[in-house]
Structures are given as C-alpha cells and as structure tokens.
Design a protein around this ligand. Sequence first.
Ligand SMILES: [Mg+2]
Length: 301
Amino acid sequence: MPSYSESTQPDEPLAAGHSKVDHPVAISEMLFFDIDGVITEPVTGEVEPEVVNEIVAILERGEPVAFNTGRGLIWVLRDILPHFEARISKRSILSRLCIVYQKGAFQVTFDEKGEQEKPVVAPGIALLPNSLREEVLQLITTKYSETMFPGEEKEALLSPQFKPGADFAQYKADQAKLVDELQAMLQRYGLDDQFRVDATRIATDIEDRHLGKALGAQRVLEWLKEQGFQPKYFITFGDSKSDVDMAEEIFRQGFPVELVFVGEKGQLQGMQLPFPVSFTQAFCEKGTIEYLKNRSHKGSF
Ligand SMILES: [Mg+2]
C-alpha cells in the first residue's frame, strides 16, 4: 500500500495553478464515475442535476474527479460537460477533471485556465479495419434497426446502441443474437485474438482487448500521479458489470477502494470481490445521489 506525506490540509482549497508535481497534495477521497446510468438516466440520457452539484462541489474544493466512460468525446462535450460548465464558479476549476473515454483509449484534461487540452490516445491500441466496421454497421441498420442504431462515431471501437423508445426486453434478446454474430464475424476476419465483443446494458462494443474500465482507471491513476494528487481512498461508481474493472484495477495497484454499484445487483452475483461494495436502494443516477448524500467521509473532512 502506498504511503503518503500530507503537505496540506485535505479541506484546504487549492490555489488554481498551484504547481502540483513539486507540491504533493493528499486528499481524503477520489471519486471515479462511469457516466451513462450513473450521472445520467440510462434510457433518456438526461443528466441528473443533483449529481452534477455534488461533483462540482468537489471540484470547487480543489479536488480531482474522474469520468471513465465507454462513450465518445463528442457526446461528453455536447451532452454532459455543459451541465458542469454552467455550475462552476470559474473555468479553471475544470483543471481538476480528468475525462477518460472510449474505455481508456483516450483521455482529455483541461489546462489551468480551463481550456480543453488535446486528447491523448493510449499507446498500442488497434483500430477496427474499415471492411469489418462497414459490415457491422450494415447488420445494425438492416437486421437490428428496430431495437438498435449504429451509435456515435468512435475511433477506437464500434458501439451499436439501444434505440431510445424501443422495447428493452426485445433489445436484450436481439443483443444476445448480435453478440454471436459478431463473434463469428471476428473469427472470419481472423481478428478474434485481437478484438472482443462486450455486451453492456445499452450497447454492444467491438473493441481491442486492451480497452476497458481497467485501462481507464490506469490512465486516471497516472494523471493523478502527474498532478501530484495523493488520494487516501478511492470510490468508484458504476451500473454495469464492466465497471467493476475500474475498482479492481485500483485495488490491484495497492490502493484502498470501494465500489458503489447502482445497477441491478444480480449483475454481480457470484463475484467474490476483495474490496467493499455498496449497493444503493435507488438505481442508476438516483442511486448515485443517494450514496453521495448519505456517505460518511472516509477521510478527515
Ligand atoms: Mg454505465
């Protein structure tokens, strides 16, 4: 387990622009959020304002927050970030936010003025060949058009999505068939060693096997180190089984971590996890609020 030297009080607001690397900052808690179904309502995609307020309060204290999403940057910048921008006191607050998207393939942060920096790609990630990409898109727009749409454009993965308004049970049945077809397709292309199919609650991802919430967590941990933030305790929020990887990676690296699971509990059935898991009464974004409003701080503030 890493040891930290405290150089500032955890509840002391940090000056914007402080030199983080030569001035390590111990913080009591570091929160990692999946976005879909954790900050947003999973079907309508609406952002939950109370979750935004809780996250903004952390950023305003000068403490870091991370988003670890499978979605793409265009969606994050168009549908998510403006809700935060509308509530922060000044743009420089965004320099404490680390956004990892497309399952760890890319990371974007903000400079001391709050201006968005250039996205950084994870080294060694393979992209899908265009021919396979086109074949998958054709399958979605013909055979599965009732319950799915191709989803947002992503450089690192294909991610056909649940079509809003479609029957959810029918979608899950279609998704199971699609998974088999995609696996057969990868074999036909001889790419099944390099890529995998990952069925989540509202999407079916075809992606490099290195991608995932664990890669996302690794990248956030690297960012924290670069910034000089030294969290004593990590709390990760997720609503899908794949989100467990985020907490597992943090645990694997020797940090104390807790998973707050706001999805259907059954998804974690039979999993023996070596760290605490908190379930909420309410689901998804309402579960996130429930936890944030009732949590007991593990740290000293
Ligand atoms: Mg989610």
